[in-house]
Design a protein around this ligand. Structure first.
Ligand SMILES: Nc1ncnc2c1ncn2[C@@H]1O[C@H](COP(=O)(O)OP(=O)(O)OP(=O)(O)O)[C@@H](O)[C@H]1O
Ligand SMILES: [Mg+2]
Length: 204
């Protein structure tokens, strides 16, 4: 990095912004196989947070690849860079006092742990959307598993590219045995119990 680039201290701090918003700022990092429910769950949690006045925003895999990460593919190298950039963007969100929900397969433990290092303790909440490959493949929301099985997509996570499940996630949500709303409530309850958002708020 150039020695001529210096960090300019902010006049308003993260704590100031959190006080204004009346909730903590943090990242809910959803990880799991394609079809495990990351986007569905992140959006439902976002909806529930919005309804109680929490400043939150979803960064979703496909959407980010249309813009910020346009040009990155699915090679190991590009996947690492993809996650690194999302991590940095998430850090900006958290620094701005907001809640960010990320929905990326993020298959490698090392990459997720590297992102975790960008945050202060408690700010990075890893949410494992736990769903067996067979179920994800049966859901096949985007028809991608079928294409991967036919060999039309290479390096597809779970088929010919590994998925490394989190060893000790803050939250593990079984998306096969409860409704989307119930799964989202589990996330909200965790946030309330850990003082990240207000206890008083009733989710409609
Ligand atoms: N409890 C649940 N939580 C989340 N999704 C669920 C649940 N029960 C059923 N589903 C269904 O599972 C599917 C999950 O698809 P979704 O697109 O959210 O997965 P994803 O993890 O974002 O996949 P990708 O990595 O390909 O973007 C949806 O069709 C959703 O309706
Ligand atoms: Mg998704």
């Amino acid at each position: 990095m150039s020695e001529h680039i210096v960090w300019h201290p902010a006049a308003i701090t993260k704590a100031d912004r959190q006080n204004l918003n009346r909730h903590k700022s943090f990242v809910l990092w959803f990880t799991g196989l394609s079809g495990s429910g990351k986007s569905t769950l992140a959006n439902e949690v976002d909806r529930q947070l919005f309804s109680i006045g929490v400043r939150s925003y979803v960064l979703d895999g496909d959407n980010v690849r249309h813009g910020l990460n346009k040009g990155l593919g699915f090679s190991i190298e590009d996947r690492v860079e993809n996650i690194r950039r999302i991590g940095e963007v998430s850090r900006l969100f958290v620094d701005s006092g907001q809640v960010v929900l990320t929905a990326f397969i993020s298959p490698f433990r090392e990459d997720r742990d590297r992102v975790r290092q960008l945050f202060e303790p408690g700010e990075f909440i890893e949410v494992f959307a736990d769903c067996p490959l067979e179920v994800c493949e049966k859901r096949d929301v985007k028809g991608l598993y079928e294409k991967a099985r036919r060999g039309e997509i290479r390096e597809f996570t779970g088929i010919d590219s590994p998925y490394e499940a989190p060893l000790d996630p803050e939250l593990k949500i079984d998306t096969t045995s409860a409704s989307v709303e119930e799964c989202a409530k589990q996330v909200i309850r965790y946030l309330q119990n850990n003082g990240m958002i207000g206890l008083e708020s009733q989710i409609p």
